[in-house]
Design a binder for this molecule. Structure first.
Ligand code: FES
Ligand code: FES
Length: 241
């Protein structure tokens, strides 16, 4: 080896091997892997993984009739209602489409606006995010069950008094949500803005805004909604008790 080459080797070590397309790599277990073989192996394993799911899908399409219709009994606004529906029906659609209770509104249908809020066994839920079949025998209260035109719920009366709405689309959800929210405060359940996690929080404006933040009003009637809720919380509103 010429002197210059020897010096270079001492300084930098031997030339690194740069494998290219045709070069055979050898790992510590002495398994010979070529680029072509590696690609072949990948294609084979991908096919093997895909095959069972394709077979299952073909089987389902060819033969089996999956059961979809079920009968569910919901106790809605105090009355037991048996309804036959597709098991994929949301509680919101069951109320609106099967029971014709259209007071509960569909806004986003994705759990983001609160327009579909109803009371499920006394707790507020977005009815677009839950299936009706999951609540066989449950107690559901919708806006129709809170009051009537001649005997308004105190929150309904307060919303009217304080102009807590403009188009009114979010209003049933706002009122159902507020009913459950006042109950949550009564039970001492804290929110993200509560100073204490153990003591019953005083119901200030910040508490109300935080606790009602899941109910969007596109008309922006928020300040009047808060006024209506404050009035009911202080026990001053009219309507039935
Ligand atoms: S419709 Fe259910 S949250 Fe918007
Ligand atoms: S009153 Fe129109 S969205 Fe609330």
């Amino acid at each position: 080896m010429p002197l210059a080459a020897r010096r270079r080797r001492l300084r930098h070590g031997p030339h690194p091997v740069r494998p290219n397309k045709g070069v055979v790599l050898e790992n510590s277990l002495s398994i010979k892997i070529t680029r072509r073989n590696l690609l072949k192996a990948g294609a084979v394993s991908a096919t093997a993984m895909a095959t069972p799911s394709v077979a299952c899908a073909q089987q389902a399409a060819q033969g089996a009739v999956l059961p979809t219709a079920v009968t569910v009994t919901l106790r809605v606004n105090g009355a037991a209602r048996a309804v036959s529906l597709d098991m994929r029906t949301t509680l919101l659609d069951a109320l609106r489409e099967n029971l014709q209770l259209t007071g509960t509104k569909k806004g986003c249908d994705h759990g983001q606006c609160g327009a579909c809020t109803v009371l499920l066994d006394g707790r507020r839920v977005n009815s677009c995010l839950t299936l009706a079949v999951m609540h066989d025998g449950a107690d559901i209260t919708t806006i129709e069950g809170l009051g009537t035109p001649t005997a308004l719920h105190p929150l309904q009366a307060a919303f009217i008094k304080h102009d807590g709405y403009q188009c009114g689309y979010c209003t049933p959800g706002q009122i159902c949500s507020a009913v459950a929210m006042l109950e949550e405060v009564e039970q001492g359940i804290p929110s993200h803005v509560s100073a204490s996690l153990t003591e019953r929080p005083p119901l200030g404006v910040d508490e109300i805004r935080e606790r009602m933040s899941g109910n969007i009003c596109r008309c922006g009637a928020y300040s009047n909604i808060v006024d209506a809720i404050v009035e009911v919380a202080q026990g001053k509103a009219g309507g039935k008790t």
